[in-house]
Design a protein around this ligand. Structure first.
Ligand SMILES: Cc1cc2nc3c(=O)[nH]c(=O)nc-3n(C[C@H](O)[C@H](O)[C@H](O)COP(=O)(O)OP(=O)(O)OC[C@H]3O[C@@H](n4cnc5c(N)ncnc54)[C@H](O)[C@@H]3O)c2cc1C
Length: 589
């Protein structure tokens, strides 16, 4: 990846990003293309043909596939070279995550291993532990699990009851407790376990399967992702050597939440992969199935669905790769080991963008899988056609790695906390309130309408945040509805900006005309979707703040101006996008 000055975390909420500071799939290097081909071949030829066995919970098949992925280097992207990995960038991580996301269950097992089960070691373990364990994680000799959730500590994850007590010799911590819903539990060799030292200091530990006192509950009987193992894990006086503390005693929250940011980003990539596959299955079916003497794909109502599915996927893809480059810039190359505190700060930097990836990705997968079922009509409800499995597999994505409510709440909370001591940022919030209803001054150039939509959404988000913070004196914890609505302004803002800047960048870089046209049309559809989503959220905020600071009329003008930006050629553009989907038999880029 070329080196560019990327903005800091959450900056997109405050000001526009230059197109050059947005990484897009059009800039993939040869190395990126190669790993994409390896991952897609593996998924097509090895994983998808085993779907039946995986669904039947034949974990031997899942484990064999994971080991095969290890041989191909698909488990090694996020392990530094000096510890037996490939030390690749976050774009590569996103590429692999997207590919395995096409498989549902298998993808959950794979990404759980490469991401939240491995990264605490990559970023926080001692060099000795890294040398001992990481080469095995990279090759698939060891498979990993991440144990944060407990029966009484779900969203409130830091409220763990699992304890760790140092033995008298000072050599081992004794772990006691129960972890809930642990992915990969049935076959994991390593468990990243969070426990409170002396019932107080939240700490991460590396526990190995063969340590005494580790046992498993039965498999949970789940709605979907059946091929990923989910069990309780019990620890009973389990002795863990002191050198297996991950990070520092009392700093487990920074490990758990820092790594979860990357987990949320990774989940978004997988979801976009899953959505691409659902669109492919739906498009092919729509072309084959005939009713009223025509393929159902010829009906404009079907075409509108195909176009919306493709535009959401395009948007998700754009925001994922944009975020990948932000994370790479913030975290630095994997071989760099900047020290524990600095690593914690770097993992926190893009918490807002990672939350957007999680929410947008999981809701995209859900809506695309749902439309895929609808396009199949009654057959969509029948197992043989596989789209019902996609829908069931998709549902969990809105729940784990922080529910979408928790992720939404995080967005304005982090933002307002971050800017609370930054006079320049606070001045921008005030200026946005004063500017409500005034015309937006957006430079001429490609996608001007769409760029104006993005600026309008940013102004609404900033003004809304200022009014909410002012009206409720910063008591956002008690006004969760408003925090959720502000998130519902921030999410379409990041989504639309990513989609639009990708197309603008293609224009500036002189991409070939056919691709430019596709990016432009898809970005236009995304801008329209963002208008609808932004208006809804802004109205809810406005209703709650009333005429605070006397700007109600100006705010309503701003909403009317936003509506005026809706594409007058929307139907023609959606039909065009649908034709591309039909020609490609799926996602058209
Ligand atoms: C298949 C599966 C695999 C999983 N894999 C793992 C794993 O590998 N490792 C791991 O550690 N965990 C794992 N989990 C756990 C998962 O991350 C949790 O289920 C999730 O974080 C939610 O916790 P909970 O289920 O206890 O729900 P709760 O926290 O009880 O939430 C219930 C509802 O209340 C809402 N809610 C909770 N708190 C608030 C709040 N403050 N404000 C507003 N709304 C709130 C939630 O959004 C949700 O809608 C897995 C779960 C499943 C089902």
């Amino acid at each position: 990846m070329e080196s560019t000055a990327y903005p800091r975390g959450g900056e997109f909420l405050l000001q526009a990003t230059e197109p050059e500071a947005v990484f897009t799939p059009e800039q993939f290097t040869e190395e990126h293309r190669l790993i994409r081909k390896t991952a897609l071949d593996f998924v097509e030829k090895e994983v998808l043909p085993q779907n039946e066995a995986i669904e039947a919970q034949d974990f031997d098949v899942v484990v064999r596939l994971l080991k095969q992925a290890g041989e191909l280097g698909l488990l090694a992207h996020s392990v530094p070279e000096q510890y037996g990995g490939l030390g690749l960038d976050k774009v590569s991580k996103a590429i692999v995550g997207e590919a395995v996301g096409m498989t549902g269950s298998y993808g959950v097992a794979h990404s759980n291993h490469t991401c939240i089960a491995t990264l605490p070691i990559t970023y926080f373990a001692t060099p000795e532990v890294k040398r001992r364990v990481l080469p095995k994680m990279a090759s698939g000799e060891f498979l990993g699990a991440y144990c944060l959730t407990e029966p009484a500590a779900g969203s409130d994850a830091l409220n763990a009851k699992t304890t760790a007590r140092l033995n008298d010799a000072g050599t081992h911590y004794l772990l006691n407790g129960t972890k809930q819903f642990i992915t990969n539990a049935a076959f994991a060799d390593t468990f990243i376990v969070y426990a409170k030292v002396d019932g107080e200091r939240f700490t991460a530990f590396l526990v190995e399967r063969n340590f005494p006192g580790v046992s498993l509950g039965p498999e949970e009987n789940k709605m979907g992702i059946k091929g990923s193992s989910t069990r309780q894990v019990y620890f009973e006086d389990c002795p863990v050597p002191v050198e297996n503390v991950i990070g520092e005693v009392g700093r487990g929250h920074a490990v758990a939440l820092g790594v979860l940011n990357l987990g949320r980003f990774n989940l978004g990539s997988g979801n976009i992969g899953g959505a691409k596959r659902a669109l492919q299955v739906a498009a092919r079916y729509a072309l084959e199935r005939r009713q009223f003497g025509r393929a159902i794909a010829e009906f404009p109502a079907t075409q509108e669905k195909l176009a919306s599915m493709a535009a959401r996927i395009y948007t998700g893809e754009s925001l994922q790769y944009r975020t990948a480059a932000l994370l790479e810039a913030a975290l630095g190359p994997l071989y760099e080991e900047p020290g524990l505190r600095e690593t914690e700060a770097r993992l926190r930097e893009h918490a807002i963008e990672c939350a957007v990836c999680k929410v947008f990705g999981s809701e995209t997968l859900w809506s695309v899988a749902d439309e895929a079922v609808q396009i199949h009509g009654g057959y969509g409800y029948i197992k043989e056609y596989h789209v019902e499995q996609m829908l069931r597999d998709a549902r969990i994505q809105r729940i784990f790695e922080g529910t979408n409510e928790i992720n939404r709440l995080l967005i304005p909370t982090h933002f307002l906390r971050r800017i609370s001591k930054e006079p320049e940022a606070l001045a921008r919030l005030s200026a946005a309130v004063d500017a409500l209803g005034r015309p937006l001054d957006v430079e001429d150039g490609p996608l001007r309408r769409e760029r104006t939509v993005v600026e309008a959404l940013r102004r609404l988000f900033l003004a809304g945040s200022a009014l909410v913070a002012d009206r409720f004196s910063g008591r956002l914890d008690d006004e969760q509805e408003l925090a959720m609505h502000l998130a519902d302004l921030a999410i379409p803002l990041y989504a639309a900006e990513s989609a639009v800047l990708r197309a603008v960048r293609a224009h500036l870089a002189g991409e070939d005309a056919a691709r430019r046209e596709r990016l432009t049309v898809l970005a236009g559809i995304c801008a329209d979707d963002a208008i609808a989503a932004g208006q809804r959220a802004a109205l809810a905020v406005l209703a709650a703040v009333g005429d605070h600071r006397g700007v109600r009329e100006q705010a309503l003008d701003a909403l009317r101006d936003l509506a005026r930006l809706y594409d007058p050629q929307a139907i023609a553009h959606r039909r065009q996008a649908a034709r591309w989907v039909m020609e490609a038999g799926g996602y058209p880029l």
